[in-house]
Design a protein around this ligand. Structure first.
Ligand SMILES: Cc1cc2nc3c(=O)[nH]c(=O)nc-3n(C[C@H](O)[C@H](O)[C@H](O)COP(=O)(O)O)c2cc1C
Length: 188
């Protein structure tokens, strides 16, 4: 099969879309698909965030974040969280997101996401368009129904939202209605 050289970009797939809570006791939430596992012992996750995001300043100040994994039926909610800034709207209050206390952080978890990973920021690396925040994993919360016989998350049952420009969009072509958001918070 012939191949063509295309513009350098970050083509790498599939990638998940997660919801990042940060900011300690005054939390905000944003979408992130620039996320990867970057070490195993001890476990670390890296997220890359544009300096202009409200969450960027909260990450820098609070030095902690939670990776909340949403499910496909929550995609309307994820669209909203990924296009509206917490500088202008309290996304958590408007969408009616239920928060739960973290084990090791001041920043809360999103109770309606089945998996939540608590991280403390160990390093910040400036990478031109983005800052990479490397987080040392402190605790993982996982719904019991998603665990396999070894006590690990079964990714087939916990498969979240894959970024493909169709499931969740940076420019959704519909208006967000509070009732739709609140419906999308809960998983059936
Ligand atoms: C699917 C999707 C993935 C996104 N991934 C990232 C990301 O990895 N890094 C980033 O800085 N912004 C990302 N964004 C954009 C932010 O989530 C968006 O600008 C958000 O409104 C920022 O919220 P805040 O200003 O309240 O922090 C993504 C948006 C969408 C829709």
């Amino acid at each position: 099969m012939p191949k063509r050289i295309i513009e350098p970009n970050t083509t790498l797939y599939p990638v998940p879309v997660v919801l990042i809570t940060t900011g300690g006791s005054k939390p905000n939430v944003m979408n992130c698909n620039r996320i990867s596992s970057c070490s195993a012992e001890p476990p670390r996750l890296a997220i890359s965030i544009r300096p202009g995001r409200y969450s960027h300043s909260l990450l820098h100040e609070s030095r902690e974040f939670v990776v909340n994994i949403p499910m496909p039926e929550q995609s309307t909610l994820v669209d909203y969280i990924g296009v509206v800034t917490g500088r202008k709207e309290d996304k958590i209050a408007i969408a009616g997101l239920k928060l739960a206390p973290a084990l090791k952080l001041k920043t809360p978890l999103l109770a309606d996401c089945p998996v939540n990973i608590e991280c403390i920021v160990e390093q910040e690396i400036a990478l031109d368009s983005h800052t990479m925040f490397i987080g040392l994993v402190q605790a993982v919360h996982a719904e019991e129904s998603l665990l396999d016989e070894h006590g690990d998350v079964d990714v087939k049952r916990a498969l979240g939202i894959i970024y493909d420009n169709g499931t969740v969009r940076e420019k959704p072509n519909y208006k967000f209605r509070v009732e739709d958001l609140r419906r999308a918070v809960r998983r059936t």
